[in-house]
Write a protein that binds this ligand. Structure first.
Ligand code: SF4
Length: 221
C-alpha cells in the first residue's frame, strides 16, 4: 500500500474540497460562542441556537455577560445541555471582560500561556481552547476533534483513543507551524468526516482511499 505523508494528505484533501476558509462564524464572538455550543452537539443544532441569538442581536459576549440566565438558556436550548452551556458562556464572557476588558488584551500573550488560562475556565477543554486560540486569537495550534481521530485511525492505523496532545504533536511536528495550514487542515478533516469518513464510511468516492489502511483491508488489497 502506498504511503501518504501528512503534508500530502492535506494537499489531497484540499484539492478535493478546495480552500475552506474556516471557522463557520462571522465574528470572533460568534466563533467563541460556537466553540462552546458545539460541545456534544451537531453543528446543525448549534446553528439553530446561534440563529436564536442573532434574532435577539445577542451574538455578543458583552451582552451575554449581562443577559438574564433564563433568557440565555432559552436561546441556546437547541444545542442541548443548555443550562450548562448558558452558564459556561456567561462564565467565559465574565472572565474575559472582567479581567481584560477586551479579547485583544486577553490574547496578547504566548500561545501556551493563553492555552493554560483558557483550560482553567469552566467548560473549556482542549478542543475548545485550541479552536479559540487558532480561529479567534490567530495563533498556530492544531485542533484535534473526533473526525481527526477517526480519520487518522482509519488511514494510518493510529489508535483512535490516542491522547489529544499526542496526536496534536504528531501532526504539528510533521506539518510545521503554519497558521493558515492549521486552520484549513482542521476544516479539511471535518469535511472528509462529514462527506466520506462517516461512522459508516463512503470509501468509494474518498480522495485518499488508495492510501487508507481501513479501505485496503476491507477490500483485501
Ligand atoms: S477510504 Fe474510507 S475509511 Fe479511509 S479515509 Fe476514506 S472514507 Fe475514511
Amino acid at each position: 500500500m502506498k504511503h501518504l505523508s501528512y503534508k500530502d494528505l492535506y494537499k489531497r484533501l484540499r484539492s478535493r474540497f478546495g480552500y475552506l476558509n474556516w471557522w463557520p462564524g462571522e465574528t470572533r464572538d460568534e466563533i467563541i460562542i460556537g466553540a462552546i455550543l458545539t460541545q456534544q452537539a451537531t453543528w446543525k443544532n448549534v446553528e439553530k441556537a446561534i440563529a436564536n441569538l442573532k434574532s435577539e442581536d445577542a451574538v455578543d459576549l458583552k451582552k451575554i455577560r449581562k443577559m438574564d440566565i433564563r433568557r440565555l438558556e432559552r436561546l441556546v436550548r437547541p444545542s442541548g445541555f443548555y443550562r450548562q452551556k448558558a452558564a459556561r458562556l456567561k462564565g467565559i464572557a465574565s472572565y474575559i471582560f472582567g479581567n481584560y476588558g477586551s479579547l485583544d488584551q486577553m490574547f496578547d500573550k504566548s500561545t501556551l500561556a493563553l492555552r493554560k488560562e483558557l483550560l482553567s475556565l469552566n467548560g473549556v477543554g482542549r478542543e475548545t481552547a485550541d479552536s479559540i486560540i487558532l480561529y479567534v486569537a490567530g495563533k498556530p495550534i492544531f485542533v484535534i476533534d473526533a473526525y481527526t481521530k477517526r480519520i487518522m485511525s482509519r488511514v494510518y492505523g493510529i489508535d483512535e483513543k490516542i491522547d489529544y496532545d499526542e496526536l496534536r504533536s504528531l501532526l504539528s511536528d510533521k506539518i510545521g507551524e503554519d497558521l493558515d495550514t492549521y486552520k484549513d487542515f482542521h476544516a479539511q478533516f471535518v469535511e472528509l468526516g462529514k462527506e466520506n469518513c462517516r461512522p459508516k464510511p463512503r470509501c468509494g468516492s474518498c480522495p485518499i482511499n488508495e492510501y487508507c489502511k481501513y479501505f485496503m483491508n476491507s477490500t483485501g488489497k
